[in-house]
Design a protein around this ligand. Sequence first.
Ligand SMILES: [Zn+2]
Ligand SMILES: [Zn+2]
Length: 126
Amino acid sequence: MTQAIETVPVGVVQLPEPCWELVYARTGEEWDGGEVFPHFADQSEAESYAASLDDEPPLTTRRVDARCITASAACGAPLEDDNGALLCFSAVEELLREARDYGWSVRDGVLRCEDGDDCQPETTKE
Ligand SMILES: [Zn+2]
Ligand SMILES: [Zn+2]
């Protein structure tokens, strides 16, 4: 079960299933994408991401051995890198730090994307 910590903003979730990640086909070492280690919800997503990369040695996919913490904003936008790869963390603090780097914020205990106050659930937008 997911442990609820009271200070964790709404939008931070532990994934129900382990993610997929990219590793170097030759060495089995984790591919870091230059900065962060992108994760994928399913294997085919990971494969198409790997196929979209230029100038990288051959990469293959591997299942992560733990369930990650990730986040989505009030509007439903997932916390992703610029290429659309899910950003995953093992600690909430880490996640919040990275989210802020992407212009996200916490308001009223809810994660908002870079839209700030305009970040609202779809259902209240009409
Ligand atoms: Zn993950
Ligand atoms: Zn938003």
